[in-house]
Design a protein around this ligand. Structure first.
Ligand SMILES: [Fe+2]
Length: 656
């Protein structure tokens, strides 16, 4: 039997139908004897390592990436944690088939899966592998898909850069442990790049991937200059909506990692750039910074309206306080990036690379927007085009860079001159900090403000590899304890010359809607059985449809469906051979089951090839919720060639 998979339904899991129609699809699968396709030998065992939970294209998705020792067919199995008894996944756990390839930077194989159609406020468990060869189970939790949320941003773990992988791992693990213990409800872990010291050093990757928090909270991984020089970064992190065109790489795509990507998590559009690529090609083609700007422009134009905030993430800080503050590429980008970011309404930029903390003033078109903005202001009100640039310090303690003095002779408006309000600091930075102490950045995303904090996750004490190896450090647990705040700012967005009006809409009490009960998983009819030497038959049931109608109009509604032809490559047979027997699984909302439809094999009719009623309610029906199901009966002539066929069942809701 073909391993089951899940068809991706468009849009959000729940569909509201105020009036008119809405449709979604089921995948239907049936295998004929001998027509197995991707089924792997369940007995062939593999070991799995480096499992990481990644961010998906939106809050209803997660991407799981891992390494395996064997080149077998693998999958991720997912089930609500509440349905797991004594460690056993339930029979109806949903599986997502993995894709991947042989590793090129090391031995073994890589696999990834996109988990789709997650429900909000649900605890899930998952494992990777195949029947008889599973990884341990891990868990994550979704939260409300609307409204405020918090995420954490980490700079440069760069495992191995102190020269001691174990010490670097210990600091990284402790920052993750502390940060997620102090903030258990955070929804994303965003990295600023430089996960490891040496791009293809798998011992360093194993140390980076060791903390279990990376399997519990979705990670949005950003590529750094230490990650880029090999394929291990891409093998360890599959990212959503990724453009792997050559202009988002620097160098040979077969041996280096790269790509720009974006995702929307609730109210934030995140755009993540491979800032290793920045040199504009000499042949006049689009590349380097110009390509990144074109990418950001395109994504914002297409998707900016789908989110309230736009946050960019890339590794190479362009406004930072320490060793890299005067780098040539850094200063070049102050010219290449900033006007575009201002014009596009970017709210905040998260950066790494300089192993020190800084928060910029509101920067517009590469200049301080408001000369009166005070250093360290706790409330910032950027005007149109004002962008806040944040650089994270080391999350692991593996390496710190010390803050450099500004150069009063540097008159370049994009240069490194001093701040007139605070001459020890660069003109662009409101806050600069370096204490040789691990820290992380917490961002609270709220309806009308972003709250950004830089929080200590350590003191001078171990684990703090750079200090353990001799770097000075003066913090004390009494003076600046773990959890104390280095910087906190509330960013208030600009609302133009008019007034924005916002209203929060709770779950509607008067609406008609429907959703697929549970996952929109593949309806697998298994292997068809031959009957009397004349025909094949396979049976099963659709994934139930939950219909709710709380409108006071008591208007009639109906749910209907039709099926496409069944296909396997260029082989096909008619969808008319599918019949069904609708039923009301749970009564409510005035639901009445539609009429049974026999297979076209029985009556030479059209079966479900034309639209048929699954259920309906008349005008004046009771308000409430119903669950509709249907038993499927597929009969077709035995001259159909063997294969693994699939069809699509399109569900349509109608109401007036
Ligand atoms: Fe870096």
């Amino acid at each position: 039997m073909r391993p089951s998979t899940t068809a991706q339904a468009p849009g959000r899991a729940r569909r509201r139908v105020a009036a008119g129609a809405a449709a979604a699809i089921f995948g239907l699968g049936v295998a004929l004897a001998g027509g197995l396709t991707t089924a792997a030998s369940a007995a062939e065992a593999s070991t799995y390592s480096g499992i990481i939970l990644g961010v998906g294209a939106n809050e209803t998705q997660r991407i799981v990436t891992w390494y395996s020792s064997a080149d077998t067919a693998q999958k991720v199995q997912v089930a609500p944690t509440a349905s797991i008894v004594n460690g056993e996944f339930p029979a109806d756990a949903v599986s997502f088939d993995a894709v991947g390839a042989a590793n090129t930077s090391t031995t073994g194989y890589n696999r990834h899966v996109t988990i789709t159609n997650l429900k909000e406020n649900t605890a899930y468990s998952y494992r990777v592998g195949s029947e008889g060869s599973w990884s341990p189970a891990y868990s994550f939790r979704t939260q409300d898909f609307e409204g405020d949320y918090d995420f954490l941003f980490f700079g440069d773990p760069q495992i191995g850069s102190s020269g001691d992988i174990a010490k670097d791992q210990a600091g990284w693990a402790e920052t993750l442990r502390y940060a997620t213990t102090a903030n258990p409800d955070i929804e994303l872990l965003v990295s600023g790049g430089d996960h490891v010291e040496s791009a293809n050093n798998e011992a360093q990757w194993s140390a980076f991937l060791a903390p279990d928090e990376l399997r519990k909270y979705p990670v949005a991984a950003t590529i750094g200059n230490h990650d880029v020089g090999g394929k291990s970064w891409e093998q360890h992190h599959f990212t959503p909506n990724t453009d792997r065109s050559s202009q988002y790489y620097n160098g040979d795509q077969s041996t280096r990692s790269g790509g720009d990507f974006w995702y929307i998590y609730k109210d934030v559009l995140f755009i993540d750039l491979n800032s290793n690529s920045y040199v504009n090609p000499t042949d006049g083609s689009l590349g380097g910074d110009a390509a990144h700007v074109a990418y950001v422009t395109d994504v914002v134009k297409k998707h900016g309206a789908e989110a309230k905030w736009t946050v960019l993430v890339y590794h190479h800080s362009i406004y930072s306080p320490a060793s890299h503050a005067t780098d040539g590429d850094n200063k070049q980008r102050r010219k290449d990036f900033t006007t575009a970011f201002s014009d596009l309404g970017v709210d905040m930029v998260l950066q790494g690379h300089d192993h020190s903390y800084s928060r910029s003033y509101a920067i517009k078109n590469g200049q301080k927007e408001n000369p009166a903005e005070q250093p360290g202001a706790a409330e910032v009100f950027p005007g149109p085009g004002g962008v806040i640039y944040v650089t994270a310090n080391s999350a692991s303690g593996s390496k710190y860079y010390d803050i450099k003095k500004p150069n009063p002779a540097d008159k370049d408006p994009h240069g490194n001159g001093p701040d007139p309000l605070n001459p020890d600091s660069y003109w662009y930075n409101s806050v600069q900090n370096q204490e040789h102490v691990r820290s992380y950045v917490k961002v609270q995303v709220k309806a009308d403000k972003l709250v950004v904090e830089n929080i200590r996750s350590g003191t001078c004490a171990a684990p703090n590899a750079a200090v353990e190896k001799g770097l000075s450090c003066t913090n004390t647990p009494e003076g600046e304890p773990v959890g104390s705040i280095v910087d906190k700012v509330t960013i208030h967005p600009y609302h133009g010359n008019g007034q924005d009006i916002q209203v929060n809409v709770p779950t509607a009490t008067g609406e008609f809607g429907w959703t697929i009960d549970g996952y929109n998983g593949l309806v697998n009819l298994g292997t068809a059985q031959e009957r009397n030497g004349w025909y094949f038959e396979a049976t099963g049931s659709i994934n139930p449809i939950v219909v709710s109608d709380s409108r006071f109009s008591l208007a009639p509604w109906s749910i209907s469906a039709n099926v496409s032809d069944f296909r396997d490559g260029d082989k096909t047979f008619s969808g008319s051979y599918l019949g069904w027997s609708p039923k009301v699984v749970e009564a409510g909302a005035g639901a009445q089951a539609g009429s049974a439809v026999v297979s076209g094999y029985d009556d030479q009719g059209q079966g479900l090839a034309i639209s048929r009623g699954l259920g309906a309610a008349d005008q004046g029906h009771a308000r409430g919720t119903a669950k509709l199901g249907a038993d499927l009966d597929l009969k077709f002539p035995n001259e159909v060639a063997k294969g693994s066929y699939r069809a699509t069942l399109t569900i349509t809701a109608l109401s007036s």
